[in-house]
Design a protein around this ligand. Structure first.
Ligand SMILES: [Zn+2]
Length: 267
């Protein structure tokens, strides 16, 4: 728009100058031409100033572009450093926010009102960990030792067998063995993990002379709310083999779940 006006203006100026020059040739000196001659140096000065300013503007533009590139590189560098230090902290403290659930195993004692874990009764198949030592609600499970050597979080075991041995399961009577998916912050230990959240995704439970093996979320929730629901399962005449059957059912569900998470995460 501006350039168009300028071109239009200078075309018109050129035309007028040519006409004036023709008239000067034809009629000799024209009145008022002295004033025009006087402006010639003022025009030349402004032209030179304009060219200098345009050069400077181009230099400033180039400097703006170069600074933008430098800023983008610095941002990338900060992102890289942050990722590095976060990953290093995760390696050193053996913790991570897992994009897919970490699977593990838990054992409960089956009572009339709930399934009992080591520390707490479970009345539903999910658990959100709190710090039982009251050391704050953020960054659970704590991994800086503030709530003791073992620390808070929902615990699961990596293997089934040590659970059965450790609990002295033979003396417990009715028990439930579960496959549990941990979510949120997860801290790894030698024999297991502890996580911020836990969800039971398969359950093998026994009560009296019955057993219920299920991976149906509705049925699992029913058992936690009301353990008597286990009695809707099959009879189990051979109690000696029951623990083996529970183990192999839950181990099979774990393999299935691991396969499924691998497939859905594309890894
Ligand atoms: Zn804690």
């Amino acid at each position: 728009m501006k350039a168009g006006n300028q071109n239009g203006g200078s075309e018109r100026l050129g035309r007028l100058r040519r006409t004036a020059a023709a008239y000067q040739e034809r009629y000799g000196s024209l009145p008022g031409m002295d004033a025009i001659t006087g402006t010639a140096s003022a025009i030349a000065t402004r032209r030179r100033r304009l060219e200098r300013l345009q050069r400077e503007a181009a230099e400033v533009q180039a400097e703006i572009a170069a600074t933008e590139v430098e800023l983008a590189r610095l941002d990338e560098w900060v992102v890289f450093c942050l990722q590095e230090s976060i990953e290093r902290a995760q390696r050193e403290h053996a913790e991570g926010w897992s994009p897919r659930p970490v699977l593990g195993f838990r054992l409960w004692r089956v009572a009339d009102d709930a399934l009992y874990g080591v520390r707490l009764p479970w009345t539903r198949p999910g658990m959100i960990a709190t710090c039982l030592k009251g050391k704050g609600d953020t960054e659970i499970p704590h991994s800086d030792g503030r709530c003791g050597r073992l620390g808070c979080g929902v615990y699961v075991a990596k293997e089934i067998d040590p659970l059965l041995v450790g609990f002295g399961v033979a003396e417990l009577g009715d028990v439930a063995l579960g496959l549990v998916a941990l979510g949120g912050k997860v801290v790894e230990h030698d024999g297991g993990y502890r996580g911020a959240t836990a969800e039971v995704i398969a359950l093998a439970a026994t009560r009296g002379a019955r057993r219920l093996f299920t991976a149906d979320p509705v049925e699992i929730a029913r058992v936690f709310a009301e353990p008597a629901a286990i009695e809707s399962g099959e009879p189990c005449p051979d109690r000696a083999r029951l623990l083996d059957e529970m183990s192999s059912y839950i181990a099979g569900q774990a393999r299935k779940a691991a396969q499924w998470t691998l497939e859905t995460s594309g890894g």
